[in-house]
Design a protein around this ligand. Sequence first.
Ligand code: SF4
Ligand code: SF4
Length: 90
Amino acid sequence: MDRFRYLPGVVTLQIDVRRCDGCRMCVIVCPHAVFCMQDKKARILDADACMECGACAKNCPSGAITVRSGVGCATAMLIETLHRGSCCGG
Ligand code: SF4
Ligand code: SF4
C-alpha cells in the first residue's frame, strides 16, 4: 500500500536528543517509520513521512519530541486524493 506523504520540508516534528532515554517508544508507535535508533537515541530518519498525528510526542516519557499535531494528516490525505483524482484511491 502506498504511504501518504506530507508536503516536503514543512513538518513541525522536532526531537531533543539530549532528553531521549532510548526507550524506543516513538519507533514503536509511529505508523510511518519516521524514527530510527542510533547510539541508543532516537533520530528522525524520514521527517517528510510524518503526518503530524502526535502519537510519538504523546507517548514519549521524556518529553523529547514536539510536533504540532492536527492539520497535517488531513492535508496529506487531501493532497493524495487530489493527485489520485478519486476519494476511493482508484
Ligand atoms: S519515545 Fe522519547 S525517550 Fe523514547 S526513544 Fe523516542 S524520543 Fe527517546
Ligand atoms: S507525529 Fe505521528 S507520523 Fe509523525 S513522527 Fe510522530 S508518530 Fe510518526
